[in-house]
Design a protein around this ligand. Structure first.
Ligand code: RI2
Length: 323
């Protein structure tokens, strides 16, 4: 039986909207925003401990339904909900807020640690090619630059939303020389590149990497050119469901990100829906095209990531928001 959904505070609705519209984006930022929203929910009035818990579950469901592929979101929600302990509303409230804060500060520390691990893969004078915008990938470059290494970047613009522009801006803020290219030029420039360095939205138990659409093609080309592919992904990107054989759902987004209504009208008559536009946000890169997954717990060949997953999650995963 499905529980009727108790109302949630407006901060939760707003955060869910900002995640769905990608105003808040990037797997780490999504996880952080979701934990902060649960802390806001915890401040809401509740008549009883049961009502408090129901409100928290309801908030988690609203957030959970925004972006299906970024597993950092359910991982964040699960972490906070597991810490909702106490016998009075006041105790539950304090525990929830503390738990959310702890998650957020651990997230920040994890990214710094990951950056230091990833920096070891970069040598002075290296050129990296990036795809999309990943704070985990940039943490590696930041740490390398902080260690005094000189790094250059070839940045793919990353259609349809051009998150490469954010990467270019942030790399320039680190004083890294940047060459911005269209996605279709990637293969041509791989000959000048020492590493492909990308982030991830989810990592599956077999070491497959789910990341922004175009990553898998880039990885295949990089393999053909002999360029190593490094994936920077905190452990909140590890997808527990895949340990039991579940596939990761690939988010399909609006066609308007690819084609404006005006552009559509130029191609076909108004009202002609026979022109189909597909807009998958992510793709899956098989482990054989990935050299290393860099986490805050060290770097792993993709095929061995399942060992870390077992250590972190055990064998069973619950969905506390569905209770
Ligand atoms: P961090 C992004 O997805 C990109 O695919 C990026 O590689 C990934 O999130 C991870 O980002 P989107 O939110 O967590 O732009 O490393 O669809 O910042």
């Amino acid at each position: 039986m499905t529980e009727s959904r108790p109302p949630v505070v407006s901060a939760v609705e707003e955060t869910a909207d900002r995640i769905a519209s990608m105003e808040v984006r990037g797997a780490a930022a999504i996880a952080d925003a979701a934990a902060a929203a649960l802390a806001e929910q915890a401040t809401a009035d509740a008549d009883s401990p049961a009502a408090f818990r129901a409100g928290m579950r309801s908030a988690a469901r609203v957030l959970y339904e925004t972006r299906p592929t970024a597993v950092s979101l359910p991982n964040s929600l699960r972490y906070v909900l597991r810490g909702v302990e106490g016998t009075t509303v006041a105790e539950l409230r304090t525990a929830s807020i503390d738990r959310a804060e702890r998650f957020r500060s651990e997230l920040e520390r994890a990214q710094e640690r990951l950056g230091r691990v990833g920096s070891n893969r970069l040598r002075d004078g290296d050129v990296v090619m990036t795809h999309c915008h990943s704070t985990d990938a940039l943490a590696c470059v930041k740490a390398a630059v902080g260690d005094g290494k000189s790094i250059e970047a070839i940045v793919k613009e990353t259609r349809p939303r051009n998150q490469g522009h954010i990467t270019a801006r942030e790399l320039r803020e680190l004083d890294v020389p940047v060459t911005l290219i269209v996605d279709n030029a990637a293969r041509r420039y791989l000959k000048d590149v020492d590493h492909v360095l990308v982030g991830a939205d989810s990592i599956a138990a077999d070491g497959s990497v789910i990341n922004k659409i175009g990553t898998s093609g880039l990885a295949v080309n990089a393999r053909e050119r002999g360029v190593p592919v490094t994936v920077a992904a905190q452990t909140i990107k590890l997808h527990p469901d895949t340990m039991t054989g579940h596939a990761v759902e690939i988010e399909m987004r609006s066609e308007t990100e690819v084609l404006t209504p005006e552009d559509r009208a130029e191609i076909v008559d108004d009202g002609d829906r026979e022109l189909t536009v597909e807009n998958p946000a992510f793709d899956i890169t098989p482990p054989r095209h990935v050299d290393a997954i860099v986490t805050e717990r060290g770097q792993f060949p993709p095929e061995s990531i399942v060992v870390l997953m077992r250590e972190l999650f055990g064998e069973t995963i619950d969905e506390p928001w569905s209770a």
